[in-house]
Design a binder for this molecule. Structure first.
Ligand code: G3I
Length: 340
């Protein structure tokens, strides 16, 4: 990685990195290519900033917009890192995908389940309204609810379900819509990119929400994959969601490898990245493919999956891997091909 250098707003408008193609320049006009952003690297690493600006036309704050980070104590919001991400994106012509308004893993420690139902409901309403209002007009799409399903496709047992009942999901979408009527509102989950019980549950849930008039505009498929397992019929799966009238998006794509890395595994990884890009491009309402970080330096994988790593399309020195080349090749071969 490059030497740590302090970020200034003028240094954010960085020229494209010479030497390898930029994904953002090759994408079809109606589909964005994004990356999760590591707030610390954004603030300190010029090479990181430069490649992020060159490659992607959308960004998602990897952690900065999570409730637990935004509101460390009741009523006291810390916008510093999330504002930095938004400013960087604006300076570099990137759309911002907001992640996430409600996630069972990101409830501030000061929230107590012993509080009465109405207090918790009002707290959630206020949180969603505060965050969405602050960034009104600056966020292209929000993950309104993240990971609300259990593995069998039923609703996940969470504080929100226990205290508020299943209606909390519709409420969250309605509150977000009131705060920014132009933002695209997504429901996001993992393990749903291929067909299976969980994806079936998500399909049912989205259908019900839409039939009830809830403003759900899109479904995000996280796509945290292993190098040796492709999701079951990702294209067909995305299509059945699109048939409900919603957009779809690949929101957190990465492909972890069991260490040690070798050339064959890197090739398998490249093919899976390409596979997911193709699945998105095969669906006319697919809005974006977002990578969950672009360099192996900042990936969450090594700390969460011992023995795995190297999940991104750039290595830890920010040099492109075969996966980047595969995405470039796929996009180059399609230029001029109509989407869908
Ligand atoms: O920044 C602090 C640092 O100051 C401290 O010293 C260190 C000690 O643990 O923690 C650092 O914060 C960590 C943060 O990542 C930044 O590295 C948190 O502990 C750690 O929990 C956090 O993990 C994030 C995780 O979500 C939980 O929020 C990962 O970076 C992030 O990639 C991961 O992203 C999730 C999506 O939001 C939802 N889908 C799944 C995906 C992967 O788990």
């Amino acid at each position: 990685m490059g030497q740590a250098e302090p970020a200034t707003e003028s240094s954010w408008q960085t020229p494209p990195t010479p030497g390898w193609p930029a994904l953002r320049g090759l994408m079809p006009a109606n589909v964005r290519i994004g990356s999760a952003v590591d707030g610390k690297l954004l603030a300190t690493d010029e090479r990181y900033r430069s490649e992020l600006a060159a490659q992607f036309n959308a960004v998602t704050a990897e952690n900065a917009m999570k409730w637990v980070n935004l509101e460390p104590s009741p009523g006291v919001y810390d916008w510093s890192e999330s504002d930095q991400v938004v400013k960087f994106a604006q300076a570099n012509g990137q759309a911002v995908y907001g992640h996430t308004l409600l996630w069972h893993s990101s409830v501030p420690a000061w929230v107590s389940e012993s509080w009465p139902r109405e207090r918790i409901r009002e707290l959630l309403r206020q949180h969603i309204t505060t965050v969405v209002s602050r960034y009104r007009g600056k966020i292209w799409a929000w993950d309104v609810v993240n990971e609300v399903l259990a593995e069998d496709g039923s609703l996940r047992d969470s504080l929100w379900l226990r205290k508020l009942g299943p209606g909390y999901i519709a409420d969250a979408f309605r509150w977000a819509h009131e705060a920014d009527p132009d933002a695209r509102l997504f429901i996001n989950d993992y393990g749903t990119e291929g067909r299976g019980r969980k994806a079936n549950g998500l399909l049912r849930l989205v259908r019900e929400l839409r039939m009830a008039g809830v403003p759900v505009h899109g479904v995000g498929f996280q796509s945290h994959l292993r190098w040796d397992r492709a999701p079951e019929d990702a294209t067909g799966n995305l299509r059945r969601f699109a048939a409900l009238g919603v957009s779809v998006a690949i929101t957190e794509l990465d492909v972890r490898i069991q260490l040690p890395v070798d050339a064959e595994k890197l090739l398998d990884q490249a093919l899976l990245y390409q596979h997911m890009l193709k699945a998105c491009l095969a669906v006319s309402t697919c809005e974006s493919v977002t990578l969950w970080g672009f360099t192996d330096t900042s990936s969450w994988i090594s700390s969460h999956y011992p023995g795995f790593g190297a999940a991104c399309v750039f290595d830890s020195d920010i040099r492109p891997k075969p996966a980047h080349e595969a995405l470039v090749q796929e996009l180059t071969s399609r230029r001029g091909t109509p989407p869908g």
